[in-house]
Design a protein around this ligand. Structure first.
Ligand SMILES: [Zn+2]
Ligand SMILES: [Zn+2]
Length: 238
């Protein structure tokens, strides 16, 4: 997004709740009602799929990333807020969401020294169409909150694929093979990387991105996402 346009939006428009879009006081990030019903993930949490014990879907399967964490389940007010964030030019929601994600990183990955944070990429075509990559903004926000360097565009998405949750489960793995690439291999060799995405569903997107980082010699790859889907949850076309 154009920097000038971004600054204009941030300075002129009143602050809105990051979940429901209601106008709120500029000192807040979310309205009182949404804050009360945030679908937080707590209790015993699986490090491989970021879900609570009852919702764990990874069944101990191997991934190229070392761990993944998320503050929320993808439901209720978060689901609504993500829709605004991604499809209704609500990129400003990144401020509230990255703050929550930063707290989760501190809490669950706080003992790790990250060399940098980067985001799951979009193709140029998709980014142009939306005007921004929402994951870029989440990574930028976390970088600002935690003082971890943000390296944008470390990964690139070469072409568009069918949306993961719209195709049959057994076809999902192959759907993403060869879609992502590392832009500059020297950026990742020997590095401990925090990889940022918005929603975790099957984990295939993160796994494919992590695979490329691993192939180019990344030392450790941990992931942070805003939300994870619950077991057997049906998602909209997002
Ligand atoms: Zn609200
Ligand atoms: Zn799990």
């Amino acid at each position: 997004m154009n920097k000038w346009f971004e600054t204009l939006i941030l300075s002129i428009f009143p602050r809105r709740c990051a979940c429901c879009g209601k106008t709120i006081d500029s000192s807040r990030m979310m309205c009182v009602d949404c804050e009360k019903e945030l679908p937080r993930i707590d209790g015993v949490i699986c490090r491989k799929c970021a879900r609570g014990k009852d919702e764990c879907m990874c069944k101990g399967s191997g991934n190229y990333y070392d761990s993944v964490a998320a503050p929320f389940y993808y439901e209720g007010c978060i689901r609504h807020g993500v829709h605004i964030f991604k499809f209704r030019n609500g990129f400003r929601n990144y401020e509230a969401y990255s703050l929550e994600m930063s707290e989760t990183v501190k809490e669950r990955l706080g003992n790790i020294n990250f060399d940098f944070i980067t985001e799951v990429p979009m193709t140029r075509k998709s980014r142009k169409k939306r005007g921004y990559n929402q994951c870029f903004y989440l990574a930028k926000g976390i970088s600002e909150h935690l003082g971890i360097e943000h390296k944008a565009d470390v990964l690139s998405k070469i072409y568009n694929t069918k949306i993961q949750h719209e195709i049959k489960y057994y076809l999902r793995k192959g759907n993403l093979t060869g879609v992502f690439d590392v832009t500059n291999p020297s950026d990742v060799e020997g590095k401990t990387i925090l990889l940022c995405d918005d929603i975790l569903t099957s984990g295939e997107t993160l796994n494919e991105c992590a695979k490329m980082l691993w192939l180019y010699g990344a030392k450790e790859i941990h992931c942070i996402t805003l939300a994870v889907t619950k077991r057997k949850m049906k998602t909209n076309k997002e």
